[in-house]
Ligand binder design. Structure first.
Ligand code: NAD
Ligand code: IPM
Ligand code: MN
Length: 355
């Protein structure tokens, strides 16, 4: 039976980069086109325009019945003024929650050929190969919130960082397991010098250490981690951290690779996985045909590996992307004054490298 892939192109550059990934998926399955079925649904601003809701019921039903979900990106200035619960981003959070995808894996790999695309010194990013595991369905993104006004102090707003032991344990477990399969080092990132939720996080990590004697563990404060990511990134193997810290650190880590446009992610729970590049809808370049499709193409490869039991085809996509980068092809985000190619031409090159 065909594996059911739900496609959520979303907004801005989303439709273009999802179209690229679908073309690559079709190519890598050209010997067995019946193996995958694709179903398009709406999420984000596009869904608001059509249905009034950022995560319509129909989309919810489809993703829950799927084998995996591939998402472009959501959001844009058009919807920025709406109330919080009716923004494209609220739809994305509701999607993650509905799928229960609590572990967001964001691998960061610096390609040798792209070292000069990074504003960092060549020797800093060289050889970087790390994995950020970001808790995705808890923390301050989902805690109690409130808006109000008092007579004495004017308006107020509240967001709460709340974690249970269960939420921490299950994502940290993914961290230990990933470290075990990689270089055996786990960095747990928190703000335990200030936050109670971080002190609990640290206690849980320390509790779990004894079950993973083959993994070395360190605790690093998030501010210090932010500095080390761009000064000594080679010290990291697997980083595990809460939702907001992981969001910020992964955009920062993108600087090591030359562009956020090349970074993929896999969000995993107990049901269908969700696959999306780590970048957003890039309204500043939307509609120009110049978006980098590689982050989405590499997310599709992660989907084949983690949700669709097709690890060899995943390897083939990743090798094809590496070959194209090696040949010197770059989209505008990586060009730094060199010649650049369009989204379409980059996708054609990956497909040619696969064929
Ligand atoms: P962004 O990631 O969209 O863009 C940041 C910068 O990186 C921009 O200059 C953009 O042109 C560039 N960029 C990003 N992806 C690129 C690609 N594939 N190729 C070439 N250049 C690329 O972040 P932002 O501008 O802060 O946010 C824009 C919108 O996207 C906001 O509405 C935000 O909420 C949303 N957003 C959505 C997601 C998601 O859907 N997962 C993630 C992040 C931001
Ligand atoms: C990401 C994005 C989202 C997040 C936004 C758009 C809600 O920045 O996927 O990294 O903060 O999780
Ligand atoms: Mn982000």
């Amino acid at each position: 039976m065909a594996k059911r892939v739900v496609l959520l192109p979303g907004d801005g550059i989303g439709p273009d980069i999802v179209a690229s990934a679908v073309r690559v998926l079709r190519q890598v399955f050209s010997d067995r086109p019946e193996a995958l079925s694709f179903q398009y649904h709406q999420l984000g601003g596009a869904a608001i325009d059509e249905t009034g809701q950022p995560f319509p019921e129909e989309t919810r039903a489809a993703v829950l019945a799927s084998d995996a979900v591939l998402l472009g990106a959501v959001g844009g200035p058009k919807w920025d003024q709406g109330p919080g619960h009716l923004r494209p981003e609220a739809g994305l959070l509701a999607l993650r929650k509905a799928l229960g995808v609590y572990a967001n894996m964001r691998p960061v790999r610096a390609y040798e050929k792209l070292l000069d695309a990074s504003p960092l010194r060549l020797d800093v990013a060289k050889g970087v190969d790390l994995l950020i595991i970001r808790e995705l369905t808890g923390g301050i993104y989902f805690g109690e919130r409130e808006r109000g006004e008092t007579a004495s102090a004017g308006r107020f707003a509240k967001d709460t960082m709340y974690y249970t032991e269960m939420e921490i344990r299950r994502v940290v477990k993914k961290g230990f397991e990933a470290a075990r399969d990689r270089k055996g080092h786990l960095t747990s990132v928190d703000k335990a010098n200030v936050l109670d939720s971080s002190r609990l996080w640290r206690e849980v990590v320390d509790d779990m250490k004894k079950d993973y004697s083959d993994v070395t563990v360190e605790h690093v404060l998030v501010d210090s981690c932010a500095m080390h990511l761009v000064t000594r990134p080679e010290r990291f193997d697997v980083i595990v951290t809460e939702n907001l810290f992981g969001d910020i650190l992964s955009d920062e880590a993108a600087v090591l690779t030359g562009s956020i446009g090349v970074l993929p992610s896999a969000s995993l729970g107990d049901g269908p996985g969700l696959y999306e590049p780590i970048h957003g809808s890039a309204p500043d370049i939307a509609g120009k045909g110049i978006a980098n499709p590689l982050g989405t193409i590499l997310s599709a490869a992660m989907m084949l590996r983690h949700s669709l039991e097709e690890p060899e085809r995943a390897d083939r996509i990743e090798e094809a992307v590496a070959r194209v980068i090696d040949k010197g092809l770059r989209t505008a985000d990586l060009a730094r004054g060199r010649e650049s190619v369009s989204t379409q031409a980059m996708t054609d090159a990956v497909i040619a490298a696969l064929a």
